[in-house]
Design a protein around this ligand. Structure first.
Ligand code: ATP
Ligand code: MG
Length: 424
């Protein structure tokens, strides 16, 4: 029995293949196998969320999440290559070589409540599983047994209209989980869709609740945006909607005085690298790009302008304090990632020494993140061509010619990834 007013459910509409046009060949064969196997055991199983949305938009999905009536233990009993993860958001991970498919049991949630969700393990019906999802465009099921799309929330029509709205009352949905506000801006940035009037009003009304959500989950959404080609628009929209100063007040303050819009030049460069050359930079580089213009500005004002030229050890300490201040009070950057950012920022002053008083032949230091610092210099040189010569020299010194430099890649750590909507 649904505990929710049925008004949240538009009538169930089924779209057949002639209407939606998705071919089975566009779907990961392992995901098809998992759903078929679940059905053979008497369960229902659908593709859900981002993959259905992306297929309908003509994009290639990043992952194929599955929702099923089978309970976690039942899923584990069917698949040998399956482990159950997460306490507060119990989830089955089915491994195929390097890939992991996430299979979640249908859940229910009180979407009428205005209190923060802390646990999400209440099993439910397939309709309940849809209405606890965030936006209508993310609430579509794909049934591979008959190649239909099942829509309970009007998501199909909204995708067609390029329209973003929450499932249910936006004000309540944002209060339950403020990360949804960041997700709203993410989809607006990525797809350029229009935001529904009430959803936008609720965003403006609820944005101060952002601090109640888990910084880890928000950081993950920010990093994903830095990785996937819409970072510039995303940060512009965060600024426009008044969200950036709630998360990164010092960055937001710098943007107000950053006449050259240097941060956006970096984000633009990173987006282009991804969209045109399929380059995903290391996360240390991505976060450095976000704060480097502010660091350079600070450094100029506090040191260079005073003719005070700190040595590299001192710059390291300054960069460390600066990075802490930029991400505080909201974000606690994981230690390894923070070390990498500090090292990249500091090394910029080794790669291009202050005052240009170069005596000795430059030497490549034995430090793990130095290659990242050189990659970062490459981004800087693309923005400011006067730095190109210096990048070429260092790149040769670290043993790579500019042409043969392979696209920098980040290794994905998928196995322990928490479900993004898992409350922490
Ligand atoms: P992306 O392409 O960035 O992965 P996505 O929509 O697939 O976008 P995921 O984080 O992979 O996002 O989540 C998968 C699905 O889980 C979403 O499409 C949505 O249906 C649901 N979901 C994710 N986060 C939330 C949330 N905070 N509240 C409710 N439902 C959510
Ligand atoms: Mg996804």
């Amino acid at each position: 029995m649904l505990k929710l007013p049925v008004s949240h459910l538009v009538q169930r509409i089924v779209y057949d293949k002639k209407q939606h046009g998705i071919e089975l060949s566009q779907i990961d064969p392992d995901a098809l196998y998992v759903m078929e196997k679940l059905r053979e055991h008497g369960h229902r199983a659908y593709l859900v969320g981002g993959s259905v949305r992306d297929l309908l938009l003509g994009h290639t999905p990043k992952d194929f999440d599955i929702s099923t009536s089978a309970l976690p233990e039942e899923i584990r009993a069917i698949f040998k290559n399956c482990i159950l993860i997460g306490r507060r958001f119990r989830l089955a991970h089915i491994r195929f070589k390097k890939k992991i498919l996430e299979v979640a049991t249908f859940r229910s949630g009180d979407i009428e409540s205005d209190s923060l969700i802390v646990r999400d393990n209440q099993w439910g019906s397939e309709e309940e599983d849809v209405i606890r999802r965030d936006f209508t465009i993310n609430g579509l099921f794909y049934d591979s047994s008959n190649e239909t799309i099942v829509d309970y929330v009007g998501g199909y029509a909204d995708l067609d209209k390029h329209y973003l709205r929450t499932i249910g009352q936006p004000y309540l949905r944002f209060k339950q989980d403020p990360v949804r506000m960041i997700r709203l801006v993410k989809f607006q940035a990525r797809f350029g869709f229009e935001i529904d009037h009430d959803t936008l009003l609720a965003l403006l009304e609820c944005r101060h609740e952002l601090h109640k959500s888990s910084p880890t989950r928000i950081l993950e959404e920010l990093l994903r945006m830095l990785e996937l080609g819409s970072a510039k628009v995303f940060f512009q929209l965060l600024t426009k909607h008044g969200l950036l100063h709630l998360m990164l007040p010092n960055l937001a303050a710098f943007l107000e005085i950053d006449e050259k819009k240097a941060i956006f030049a970096f984000l633009d460069n990173i987006d282009t690298a991804y969209l045109e050359h399929s380059i995903t930079y290391d996360r240390g580089i991505l976060l450095s790009a976000l704060i480097f213009p502010a660091f350079e500005h600070f450094f100029e004002g506090h040191f260079i302008a005073q003719q005070n030229f700190p040595h590299l050890g001192e710059i390291h300490v300054i960069a460390n304090t600066f990075a802490t201040d930029m991400f505080m009070p909201f974000f606690q950057i994981p230690k390894r990632l923070k070390m990498s950012i500090v090292s990249i920022l500091t090394s910029q002053y080794r790669l291009i020494p202050i005052g240009e008083k170069r005596k000795k032949r430059p030497r490549v230091p034995q430090q793990p993140d130095f290659a990242l610092a050189v990659q970062f210099l490459k981004i800087r040189s693309e923005i400011d061509p006067s730095l190109e010569e210096r990048w070429v020299m260092w790149n040769e010194l670290v043993g790579k010619s500019p042409e043969s430099s392979p696209p920098p890649r980040r290794r994905r750590r998928r196995s322990r990834r928490k479900k993004p909507h898992e409350p922490l």
